[in-house]
Ligand binder design. Structure first.
Ligand code: SAM
Length: 239
């Protein structure tokens, strides 16, 4: 899949896309992240991309034309792709949305700066908005990096173990279970639960499911409202 990012700081996006799971997905050509600076689409010697707001007030606004031309330039490169504007005013990003985006072959992320972008872009150029939470960042780049990471790790072959994404929090509608690794007893004498050392895979699966259900009930009871046990989970719990 391909993600094009419109940003005044392309180096931020390209550096972020080099590390970890996303970096590996890029190397394996499972994911292609490109960054485009709308300054290249601005006019005049100063290649101005922002201006003072009509009506007065603090801050600057990103201008309509450089962004519009940048979108058109990217869309001319290949198939038309939806434009998603990262914005604190958009619907909040969820794992369901991430899974939907992960199946989209191509989309464009637009990062705002300053007070945001000229409102006229919403009428003709932007397909949807996405927020990464109820707080205000100084720019959309961190939000774009969040989307790229969450979507990139779901590309087939990106994670070492394909099962791992399904077992992660939200992957099956529950929070993940606790994890332990060596040593079996730590320096304070705290031990790993016996069942995990038992080698009994059914019992381990049952313990993990119970832990997931318990944690979800304690921390995110809202997730359980629309979650029913699958027949396989019910059978495991009945054993
Ligand atoms: N004046 C805008 C408002 O109050 O809605 C905030 C502008 S913010 C300082 C600059 C840019 O950061 C925005 O245009 C947006 O691209 C990005 N941004 C800020 N908070 C965000 C969030 N929670 N999720 C996604 N993007 C965000």
């Amino acid at each position: 899949m391909r993600i094009d990012v419109i940003t005044l700081f392309p180096e931020f996006i390209l550096e972020a896309a080099k590390v970890g799971v996303v970096g590996r997905a890029m190397e394996r050509k499972l994911l292609d992240v490109q960054a485009h600076n709308p300054r290249e689409d601005a006019e005049g010697v100063h290649r101005k991309v922002d201006d003072r707001p009509f009506g007065g007030g603090p801050g600057m606004v990103m201008m309509v034309e450089p962004i519009r031309r940048c979108i058109q330039r990217i869309r001319a490169l290949a198939d038309p792709a939806p434009v998603i504007y990262l914005s604190p005013q958009g619907p909040r990003l969820t794992q369901n949305k991430v899974e939907q985006l992960a199946k989209t072959p191509r989309f464009i992320l637009l990062c705002g700066r300053y007070e945001g972008i000229d409102e006229r872009l919403f009428e003709r150029d932007i397909d949807e908005e996405l927020s990464i939470g109820d707080y205000v960042l100084s720019g959309g780049e961190l939000a774009a990096a969040v989307v790229i990471d969450a979507v990139g790790r779901l590309q087939e072959g990106a994670l070492g173990d394909a099962e791992s994404a399904a077992q992660d929090s939200f992957g099956n509608g529950l929070l993940d279970c606790p994890h332990y690794t060596r040593p079996p007893v730590d320096g304070y004498g705290d031990a790993v639960p016996d069942v995990l050392m038992s080698g009994n895979h059914r019992e381990i699966a049952k313990w993990r499911l119970k832990q997931s259900l318990g944690r979800t009930w304690l921390r995110r009871p809202d997730l359980l409202q629309s979650r029913v046990l699958t027949p396989a989970e019910q059978k495991l719990l009945d054993e």
